[in-house]
Design a protein around this ligand. Structure first.
Ligand code: THU
Length: 135
């Protein structure tokens, strides 16, 4: 179980990451933040493109940034949207997070008190379609 102070820090980081969102088409900014076991925080925002399918979600931006910097630990991931209801990660992001931690804690916060606090195995219960590819 994680300290509330770290969760508050992740929420703060996710909120600040959302300020960098490039969401000119959807007007739906998203920020994500997670820490590794040493408390180093990685953040991401959504980055849209005029070729809409090339859009990268905040969660995947954060994961890809961390992997490219040498970190593969994802313990608790926070998603922030400036909305009245929390936004859970999309299916693609669930698959990408599952690559590194099938049991990651996922906390989704917004501008109301509503919150989703769950684990990836609940959001994405059958990740291992790749059973014949993994050795
Ligand atoms: N988006 C995210 O970044 N994360 C989510 O969890 C949901 C969706 C982005 C993708 C797109 O830029 C915008 O939100 C609208 O779907």
């Amino acid at each position: 179980m994680m300290e509330n102070t770290l969760i508050d820090k992740l929420i703060d980081n996710a909120r600040r990451a959302a300020l960098n969102a490039y969401s000119v088409y959807s007007k739906f900014p998203v920020g994500a933040a997670f820490a590794n076991k040493s408390g180093v925080i990685f953040t991401g925002c959504n980055v849209e493109n005029i070729s809409f399918g090339l859009t990268n979600c905040a969660e995947r931006t954060a994961v890809f940034k961390s992997i490219s910097e040498g970190n593969r630990e994802i313990e608790t991931l926070v998603v922030y949207t400036p909305t009245q209801k929390p936004t859970p990660p999309c299916g693609a992001c669930r698959q990408v997070i599952a690559e590194f931690n099938k049991n990651a804690r996922i906390i989704c916060v917004c501008d109301s008190n509503q919150r989703i606090d769950t684990t990836l195995d609940k959001l994405f219960p059958v990740p291992d379609f790749t059973v014949n590819l993994r050795k």
